[in-house]
Design a protein around this ligand. Structure first.
Ligand code: HMG
Ligand code: MG
Length: 300
């Protein structure tokens, strides 16, 4: 039996949040609807966040309510505060993701609070979410390095992860926000974290700034991880973290997983087609090596 790996598609949120030119809401909806027909089981749809902080996702309510929701797909949204959660509850959101980080400097830049305050916010958010039968995923950013503080200690990351589990998160996504990790550091982090948290609850979220993402994913797979965040065409980046370039491309992750004989239930061709759709719209070079290679083949 092939082992299953869950892909968490983050392109509609992480992929688009950093785009300067406003993307029409209809394009985002079309994009998510295409992704919904690829076999992906989780698509992070948007962020119920302050439009002052993330102008590109100011249309989050409209996007969330107008996408065609495939019953086989979860559509988590990123939430930072009560205002976002109240809006999410009103439109029937069933899954949220929350944010923290062990880096005081990044926490201040990205969420305008201390790490302790971010955990207090999560406590409030998670309590309300769970009362409303909303599932909570916890992001931890800068797990392998911070653009402001440099190295981040593994113990600090694991301590934050333990707290998120205690607060009710059922999945922890480890964000290498600026893509500085390498397989060795990934392995140390995952081995240490798994002393307290079972591997089924741990996801990895790699940005590919230094071209290490696929190698890091391989290291994560070797260490038992079976949940991978990725973004079609490798789009992505965080406006509050210099160096947070694209996420690892979903197409490339699928190619790797297919080669390793993991089962994903995701149709690579359909993912390639949605990656091309969004790259064409953004007039951006597609960062998926697999998509580019297949495009070359198709042109022969
Ligand atoms: P603040 O300025 O302290 O908050 O920021 P505030 O409560 O004073 O609100 C500021 C204004 O925003 C107010 O409007 C609020 O009403 C409004 P004003 O009174 O000035 O007219 N506002 C909202 N409006 C609509 N919906 C809301 C909402 N909240 C506030 N939900 C705050 C604190 C948390 C709001 C801010 O820091 C923030 O929004 N940060 C979000 C930053 C962000 O989204 N970053 C990118 C995502 S994280 C990421 O990409 C990393 C990840 O991918 C993992 C990885 O790669 O490592 C997840
Ligand atoms: Mg990210």
């Amino acid at each position: 039996m092939e082992e299953f790996v869950k892909i968490v598609e983050v392109s509609p949120r992480d992929g688009l949040q950093n785009e300067k030119e406003m993307i029409p809401t209809a394009v985002k909806i079309d994009f998510i609807n295409q992704l919904s027909n690829t076999g992906l089981s989780v698509i992070e749809a948007t962020s119920f966040v302050s439009p002052k902080w993330i102008p590109q996702l100011a249309d989050h309510l409209e996007v969330y309510t107008k996408i065609n929701k495939n019953p086989a797909v979860q559509y988590p949204v990123l939430i930072f505060n009560n205002q976002g959660l109240e809006n999410a509850i009103q439109v029937g959101v069933k899954d949220i993701a929350v944010f923290t980080t062990p880096s005081e400097a990044f926490c201040r830049r990205n969420a305008n609070c201390t790490v302790e305050e971010s955990l207090q916010r999560i406590q409030t958010l998670a309590t309300t979410a769970l009362e409303n039968r909303i599932r909570v995923r916890g992001y931890i950013s800068c797990v392998l390095g911070c653009p402001f503080e440099g190295e981040i200690s593994v113990d600090k990351v694991c301590d934050v992860a333990d707290k998120l589990i205690d607060l009710g998160c059922d999945e922890i996504s480890l964000g290498d926000t600026i893509g500085v990790g390498t397989p060795g550091t990934v392995e140390i982090l995952l081995k240490t974290m798994q002393k307290n948290i079972s591997r089924e609850k741990i996801a990895v979220h790699f940005h590919d700034t230094y071209g290490q993402a696929l190698a890091n994913i391989y290291a994560a797979l070797q260490n038992g991880i079976r949940i991978i965040d990725s973004s079609v065409a490798g789009i992505g980046g965080c406006p509050y973290a210099k160096g947070a370039t694209g996420n690892v491309a979903t197409e490339d992750v699928l190619y790797l997983l297919n080669g390793l004989k993991f089962r994903t239930d995701v149709d690579l061709d359909k993912v390639i087609s949605s990656g091309r759709f969004i790259s064409n719209y953004l007039q951006r070079e597609n960062r998926s090596k697999v998509s580019l290679a297949l495009m070359g083949k198709n042109n022969d």
